[in-house]
Ligand binder design. Structure first.
Ligand SMILES: [Zn+2]
Ligand SMILES: [Zn+2]
Length: 66
């Protein structure tokens, strides 16, 4: 039986690389509540969720103003 670790209170899944990320460490999108590693957020320059207002694509649509 696979080991199941119930760490949902502390560990979330990064929306970018799907790796484990601490809920208290990385940035969490305030629009769609997806967690990210700091490095992943910076590399993607925003939220990885398509269509999210914090995603880089949507920022472009809004004129690039941050
Ligand atoms: Zn990541
Ligand atoms: Zn988002």
């Amino acid at each position: 039986m696979p080991e199941v670790t119930e760490t949902a209170d502390e560990i979330a899944q990064c929306g970018y690389c799907t790796g484990d990320v601490s809920r208290t460490a990385g940035p969490r999108c305030d629009q769609c509540a997806v967690f990210h590693h700091v490095d992943c957020w910076n590399e993607f320059t925003g939220c990885v969720t398509y269509g999210c207002s914090n995603s880089p694509d949507m920022k472009k649509f809004q004129g690039g103003a941050i």
